[in-house]
Design a protein around this ligand. Structure first.
Ligand code: PMP
Length: 427
């Protein structure tokens, strides 16, 4: 039945050509960290809606909150509503009090890309400058501007006339980072910005991820992030941190930037804000940037009351159940369980933070990304009941994004499946 549904959707709908190409299942229902396909097979879901389902599928308390909201108001456009107010206050409550006082929140439309677009516009309007600096391997979305800010040449190349004025610098990790360019990105950035003789003009913003998820689960180095912050602050360039994937607890703190001891000027959040997959996207930004006129960034679907109700409940559950503590403990468990994989010659690196991990696979002879081997690992994991994702240049990094409330037992089972799949991908 999965195959039949997939064939039907491929016939009529081109978006079915993405995930199901490598994970050929049709989903019927989900519960917690598990999902059942239409044929009755049950899988551990370590894709979790691309990191969206932070409290797993159909968390009962979130479902109840949505049901209750469903009876009063579903769509509120931009009008003030109690659900929207509660959501805004809940989000702000996750920031340090000092920061909260100088933070504004803007609802941007349903997706992460909408919010990145808003962040870029905000900074262009506030600085009066064009040009944005991004980093190699970045992913910020699939709209024109966000695609231009992303590294994915394969997606960009066929689309002509992308957004001009984007410059890329190497993304520097704490350890060796095979694909992100040579040298220290912060040094090169500073040199280019301070060079009055062939450098680049001051941009409207620098945008970066603390962990490049789609880019292959590359974790930014602490020095790198701090230096980027120093340089941007010294030169008056707003720093946008894209926390669409790393945010809402994914890396063990509410936002990943909090682990780097920096304060961005703009934070972008979306995916897990509702905890249950209802669309919502925001930017949180320094009031000093608040010079854009009313209506500068609008959108019909900014008032999803169901997402707001779920998001408020998600934060309540995350606090009550110490979910951030669980992310750190389960993250350490995964690090421990996957550490031995680096003895496998095809595994170049195992890296991650919190509940965001990647196994980087490369050919031991020539060091090239081992796309086919990673695909075989993904297929074998699926056959044994575990859904994993791939990313990075050439899709050679096997990635996991478990729900943040995953149990130690499920992590243990999933790691056994993964270790087996990496050890014998072709079996
Ligand atoms: N930024 C980052 C860091 C992301 O990981 C993603 C989605 N994978 C996006 C932006 C785009 O979000 P959306 O797909 O909701 O537009």
């Amino acid at each position: 039945r999965s195959a039949a549904l997939l064939a039907r959707q491929e016939r009529w709908e081109s978006s079915a050509r993405t995930y199901p190409r490598h994970l050929p299942i049709a989903l019927a229902e989900g519960a917690g960290s598990f999902v059942r396909d239409v044929d009755g097979n049950v899988f551990i879901d370590f894709l979790a809606g691309a990191g969206v389902l932070s409290l797993g599928h159909n968390h009962p308390e979130l479902v109840a909150a949505v049901r209750q909201q469903l009876d009063s108001l579903t769509h509120g456009l931009d009008f003030p509503t109690p659900a929207k107010d509660a959501f805004t206050q809940a989000q702000l409550s996750m920031l340090a009090p000092e920061l909260r006082r100088r933070t504004r929140l803007h609802f941007c439309g349903p997706t992460g890309a909408n919010a990145v677009e808003a962040a870029v516009k905000l900074c262009k309007i506030a600085t009066g400058r064009g040009g944005i600096i991004s980093f190699r391997g970045a992913f910020h979305g699939s709209t024109h501007a966000t695609m231009a800010l992303s590294g994915l040449v394969s997606q960009k190349a066929p689309v002509r006339d992308g957004m001009p004025g984007v410059h890329f610098f190497p993304y520097t990790t704490g350890g060796p980072a095979p694909d992100s360019g040579a040298g220290n990105g912060a040094d090169q950035l500073e040199q280019a910005l301070r060079d009055s003789n062939g450098g680049i003009p001051l941009p409207a913003a620098v945008i970066m991820e603390m962990v490049q998820g789609e880019g292959g689960n590359l974790v930014a180095g602490t020095d790198f992030v701090r230096r980027v912050r120093e340089v941007t602050r010294a030169l008056g360039i707003p720093l946008i941190v894209d926390e669409v994937q790393t945010g809402c607890g994914r890396t063990g703190t509410w936002f990943a930037y909090q682990q780097y001891g920096i304060e961005p000027d703009v934070v972008v959040a979306s995916k897990a804000l509702s905890g249950i997959g209802l669309p919502v996207a925001v930017i949180l930004y320094d009031t000093a940037l608040d010079t854009w006129a009313p209506g500068a960034h609008i959108g019909t679907f900014r008032g999803n009351q169901l997402a707001f109700a779920a998001g408020v409940e998600a934060i309540r559950v995350i606090r009550r159940d110490n979910i951030l503590g669980n992310v750190r403990r389960r993250g350490a468990q995964i690090a421990d369980r996957l550490a031995g994989l680096t003895r496998n010659p095809w595994v170049r690196q195992v890296r991650g933070r919190g509940l965001m991990w990647g196994i980087d696979m490369a050919d031991p002879l020539d060091g090239r990304p081992a796309t086919e081997v990673a695909a075989a690992v993904q297929r074998r994991a699926l056959r044994h009941g575990l859904i994993v994702e791939r990313g990075g240049r050439e899709d050679a990094v096997v990635r996991i994004l478990p729900p943040l409330n995953v149990t130690g037992e499920v992590v243990d089972t999933a790691c056994s499946i993964l270790v087996d799949a990496v050890s014998r991908p072709a079996a």
